[in-house]
Design a protein around this ligand. Structure first.
Ligand code: NDP
Length: 311
């Protein structure tokens, strides 16, 4: 029987633990603060930032939202980050990506005080992660580590295929899994768009983590029996096109809603036949990403204010 991993339920458990930490900080007169900065007219980015702010409220983190005109200069954005770096009430800073083309993303990430870098993307935090002394870990891979642990999936000694090598998911995921410490000790194969014979790599894996941003790239035929499948992908797919692919005629769609649906990088139905456990999209990895952002904010507050909390 395949376990469908409930990311919302695991995220709620983590949030409950964080609530206790927020209370401990409160006993020392500290309210953790997270500043989000949005410099974009993109609706999806706005939705993500709103979700993050709402999650802060849920557990007693003070959210402060900053919106900049998408046409504003890079200096304006960097100036805002500097001000937030100096503000002692702000323990975490998150600049919602992507930023407009005229702004250099890496410059922005490097402007953020590494102690307030709750995304874990500053080179100082990346370096600490790679050398095995992680401080603020990138939220999605950290969330996946927790998700595996909470599901009782051991990583030590296992073969893991990570599909994707981005700086925000694939590479840090690989780095966390190969570490000589708890929730690591795996043998990791990192796959990407130039990987030859991807199916061989995924078939050889006990755990497959798909983070390619390609709808339904991995299907059941690419998996061995009893694989644990973690689907990071969030892809918007045109619903009408999908129904046509499934052999329906346009008239079959007349009573259905138009627009998009979200699918992962894994073809869920066929993968489920092979997997021992699998995350759905939505409701799998996504809630963990937000929970670990809250975790990083609480951790950043505890480090900056020298208050021990039980993380
Ligand atoms: P990127 O586009 O930055 O990276 C995608 C990676 O996948 C690249 O390394 C790319 O290879 C590789 N890739 C692309 N096509 C293939 C292929 N056919 N075979 C093998 N590898 C391939 O994406 P992100 O890492 O930012 O995100 C990945 C997915 O995860 C997206 O769908 C994104 O929306 C989702 N996401 C979800 C989150 C969540 O909380 N649920 C959080 C973050 C992301 P190459 O390097 O060669 O180009």
């Amino acid at each position: 029987m395949t376990e469908i991993i409930d990311g919302n339920e695991i995220a709620d458990r983590i949030k409950a633990e964080l609530n206790v930490c927020v209370d401990t900080l409160g006993d020392h007169g500290v309210t953790p603060g997270l500043a989000t900065v949005l410099m974009s007219d993109d609706g999806a980015s706005e939705t993500y930032v709103n979700m993050k702010q709402r999650a802060c409220e849920e557990i007693g983190i003070e959210g402060r939202h900053h919106e900049l005109d998408a046409e504003a200069s890079s200096d304006t954005l960097e100036g805002r980050i500097e001000a937030l770096n100096e503000n002692p009430d702000v323990h975490g800073i998150l600049v919602q990506m992507p930023v407009p083309d005229h702004v250099d993303e890496q410059t922005v990430l490097e402007r953020i005080d590494p102690m307030k870098d709750v995304d874990g993307f500053h080179p100082e935090n990346v370096g600490k992660l790679v050398t095995g002394e992680p401080r603020l870990k990138p939220c999605t891979p950290h969330g996946i580590q927790r998700l595996l642990a909470e599901t009782g999936v051991e990583t030590a000694g296992k073969d893991v295929a990570v599909v994707g090598r981005s700086n925000i998911v694939g590479k840090p995921m690989t780095n966390l899994l190969v570490q000589k410490r708890d929730l690591g000790n795996a043998t990791v194969t990192t796959c990407h768009s130039r990987t030859d014979a991807l199916a061989e790599k995924t078939k050889n894996a006990d755990i497959v983590i798909a983070a390619a941003g390609v709808p339904e790239l991995i299907d059941g035929s690419m998996l061995s029996e009893d694989t644990v499948v973690i689907d990071v992908g969030v892809n918007r797919v045109d619903v009408s096109e999908r129904r046509l692919e499934d052999g329906q005629t346009p008239s079959d769609q007349s009573d259905t809603d138009k627009g998009y649906e979200l699918v992962g990088d894994v073809e869920f139905e066929s993968a489920k036949q092979k997997a021992s456990a699998i995350t759905p999209v939505p409701g799998g990895v996504g809630p963990l990403t937000i929970a670990m952002l809250l975790y990083n904010t609480v951790k950043a507050a505890s480090l900056q204010e020298n208050v021990d909390v039980d993380l």
